[in-house]
Design a protein around this ligand. Structure first.
Ligand code: TYD
Length: 144
């Protein structure tokens, strides 16, 4: 049973070092990020109408960034849902364990950069929504 809610997830402003020759955004542990990064991956060439995600994690935390373009992230804790649009490379969405997420509405050329707290481990995923719901049952307050 994982007692997290969507309200434990948040958009972090990463900051921007502005320069007329282009901008830099920096991510450092304990400054912008509350975990050690053990893996980085990125999604790209997502076809129009494509849906990614569709799972939750038992242990892994991640920071999701629209490094280019934009997309929506649907967050769901089994009771409450919200959609976060990511459309700037200097914002990151922190997703804690125990949250079902779906990534959708990718713009053409969008790049979804993911910093993850764990290496890839198939056993850390819950990919069945009903099993996810059952894992959350009776532990989430409903917020109106
Ligand atoms: P999946 O987790 O289904 O992608 P998404 O949630 O973004 O839709 O991963 C797709 C495939 O890639 C699946 O076969 C697992 C594999 N994969 C790895 O081998 N290592 C990784 O770090 C990731 C993220 C996926």
């Amino acid at each position: 049973m994982i007692q997290s809610t969507i309200y434990n997830c948040c958009v972090i402003e990463l900051g921007k070092i502005h320069n007329k020759a282009g901008n830099i955004t920096v991510i450092e542990k304990n400054v912008q990020l509350p975990f050690d990064v053990r893996r980085v991956y990125y999604l790209y060439d997502v076809p129009g109408g494509g849906l990614r995600g569709g799972h939750s994690h038992k242990k892994l935390q991640q920071l999701i960034i629209a490094a280019s373009g934009c997309f929506d992230v649907l967050l769901d804790d089994g009771i409450n849902k919200k959609v976060v649009q990511l459309n700037r490379p200097y914002y990151g969405l922190l997703i804690v364990p125990g949250i079902w997420r779906e990534l959708l509405n990718f713009s053409s050329g969008a790049i979804c950069l993911v910093l993850a707290s764990e290496k890839y481990e198939a056993g850390d995923y819950i990919r069945d929504y009903q099993i996810f719901k059952d894992s959350k049952i009776h532990c989430i307050p409903e917020y109106k």
